[in-house]
Design a protein around this ligand. Structure first.
Ligand code: CFM
Ligand code: HCA
Length: 542
């Protein structure tokens, strides 16, 4: 087999694009980029956060998924009521494996194990669903006595025009608890990304800042963009406790309404997934003066760097020393594990296509195993998530999908997302820590040989697999079995399959050995696709 270094990536790209009709090829080419520096400051631009070409099989989800499933879903003591047909509520019900620990709030409420939906049917589509929504809110209140109920609009609700906001206002007045709605109809925007924004706004307007109780603790932080998939938040919390850092609220893994309400009393906002929660961070900075900075707890090296960044932010020698002690202690096992798995994994290729931040963050873990990420991409991230600090963060086109054709990188680069030189960028500093850095995926990938591919299609996925034969492919449930049919292991980076946690030092070790087991399992050698065993099949279906 040819080594991947002998392939010309631009030629590979050309070959893949050649199969598309010319107009589609032109569009997809802008999303399918060989990682290269354009000049000292910036990378080859990538088109992102625009509408998927109709007819293409994409990995993306919807606005409702981003709002209800992703941002609001992991909070245990809110009744999240889906106003829509039963499928929307059902398919966003715990498939993400976000975990919670109800024993940490006094009332012990945990509604996450229930699926709340108005279950609208033909009758409501024709005559309206507001009455049924009112009844559902009343029923949920009577049975569970929650502190808060939130209502989520699905596609048909937007189409029939139910006014969820007037219903929730009326019910809030009647029942005396927090009740409000999210206009997160699935079709809004171009992906889950619009839903994150809707959820951030709702949280900020209706929940954050309602409880001024000042808690004990020397270093008080909020952890933003951490959703406790497979228990990640639990072990981050454990590590913080060891260092003496207190988490006031996580947005929103293992979270409670009580924590959200009190979160404005923290000193600092730490952002794990910037894509899904940057709006809350910006609004909290503006209103309460709480600064934010990005951290990354995936990978041992970036965990250590993140802890040091936090300690340095506080500038307190006691914390700096404690953090160094903890890092030294944890790194003993980490280094042993790395050396061990590297003997079996060094030089192997990985591809990862997920969401809006993990396709970048998980590359750290693969680096630590000695593996090479050959291609990576996001489903719905924006240009700054790829290109890094040299593009302005998030000029969002989410809420206006009609103007997307105009917002073309090449036709109008400045309007789309103007590039700004580093020295002009706001770089708030504290104790030498640059708070606002917008580091992206591209600067961390090897130049000239690797790819960033936005909103990858199934066709492109299969071609990349055929050409590069990676040792492992990481994505979600929709891709899983297609990948396995190519005879290679597939790891879900959304739900972690049934594994996790993978965050911080302990999680890193867990991840190394999981990938080691998957790649070195003998089972893949036994898989032969039907067309490999019976070549006449290919002829038959040609
Ligand atoms: Fe952020 Fe996430 Fe992600 Fe995301 Fe998601 Fe997720 Fe993801 Mo699935 S919030 S962007 S919308 S890190 S649900 S926990 S795994 S696509 S990469
Ligand atoms: C979502 C949630 C999802 C889906 C995962 C997948 C998740 O975007 O609606 O496609 O496997 O992490 O659960 O991203």
């Amino acid at each position: 087999a040819t080594s991947w270094r002998e392939l010309d990536p631009e030629e590979v790209k050309k070959g893949i694009m050649a199969k598309y009709p010319p107009k589609v090829a032109r569009k997809r080419s802008k999303h399918f980029v060989v990682n290269k520096k354009k000049d000292e400051q910036s990378y080859e631009p990538i088109q992102a956060n625009v509408r998927t070409i109709p007819g293409i099989i994409s990995q993306r989800g919807c606005c409702y998924a981003g709002c209800k499933g992703v941002v609001m879903g992991p909070t245990r003591d809110i009744i999240n009521l889906t106003h829509g047909p039963i499928g929307c509520g059902f398919y966003s019900w715990l498939t993400r494996r976000n975990q919670t620990d109800p024993s940490t709030t006094p009332d012990g409420h945990n509604f996450m194990t229930y699926c709340f939906s108005t279950d609208i049917e033909d009758k409501e589509v024709i005559f309206g669903g507001e009455k049924k929504l009112k009844q559902a809110i009343q029923e949920a209140f009577d049975i569970f006595k929650p502190k808060m109920i939130s209502v989520f609009s699905t596609c048909p609700i937007g189409l029939i025009g139910d006014d969820i906001h007037s219903v929730t206002r009326e019910m809030q007045e009647k029942l005396g608890i927090t009740i409000f709605g999210f206009s997160c109809e699935g079709y809004k925007g171009v992906s889950q990304s619009a839903g994150h924004h809707v959820a951030n706004n709702g949280l900020f307007m209706h929940v954050i800042g309602q409880d001024d109780t000042v808690q004990e603790g020397e270093y008080k932080v909020n952890l933003l963009g951490e959703y406790n998939i497979g228990g990640d938040e639990f072990i981050i919390d454990e590590l913080f406790e060891k260092c003496g850092i207190k988490i006031i609220s996580t947005f929103s893994g293992n979270s409670s309404v009580d924590h959200f309400r009190n979160s404005h009393t923290a000193d600092l906002n730490l952002i794990m997934c910037h894509r899904s929660i940057n709006y809350v961070a910006d609004m909290m900075e503006e209103k309460y003066g709480i600064p934010w900075m990005k951290i990354n707890f995936l990978g041992a090296k970036s965990t250590a760097a993140s802890l040091r960044k936090i300690a340095q932010y506080y500038g307190d020698q006691k914390l700096i020393d404690r953090v160094e002690e903890v890092i030294a202690e944890e790194m003993v096992d980490v280094e042993k594990a790395q050396a061990d798995v590297q003997t079996r994994l060094k030089g192997k290729l990985a591809m990862m296509f997920v969401g809006g931040s993990r396709a970048h963050h998980y590359q750290e873990l693969f680096n630590e195993m000695g593996m090479q990420t050959i291609a990576a991409g996001y489903e719905f991230a924006h240009r700054d998530d790829y290109e890094g600090r040299h593009v302005l963060p998030s000029i969002t086109v989410d809420s206006d999908s009609r103007n997307i054709e105009e917002l073309d990188v090449e036709k109008d680069p400045t309007r789309y997302n103007p590039r700004i030189p580093e020295d002009e960028m706001e770089q708030e500093e504290r104790h030498g820590i640059k708070l606002k850095t917008y580091d992206g995926m591209m600067p961390d990938m090897e130049e000239n040989f690797t790819y960033s591919i936005d909103d990858i299609s199934q066709y492109e996925t299969e071609k990349m697999i055929e050409i590069y034969k990676p040792a492992i492919f990481c994505a979600g449930i929709k891709e899983k079995y297609m990948v396995q049919k190519h005879g290679m292991p597939m790891k879900q980076l959304h739900s972690y399959d049934s594994g996790g946690p993978y965050a911080v030092f302990k999680g890193a070790i867990n991840f190394y050995y999981e990938i080691d087991r998957m790649i070195n399992s003998k089972v893949w050698g036994h898989i032969r696709a039907p067309w490999e065993e019976n070549p006449e099949l290919a002829a038959m279906y040609a």
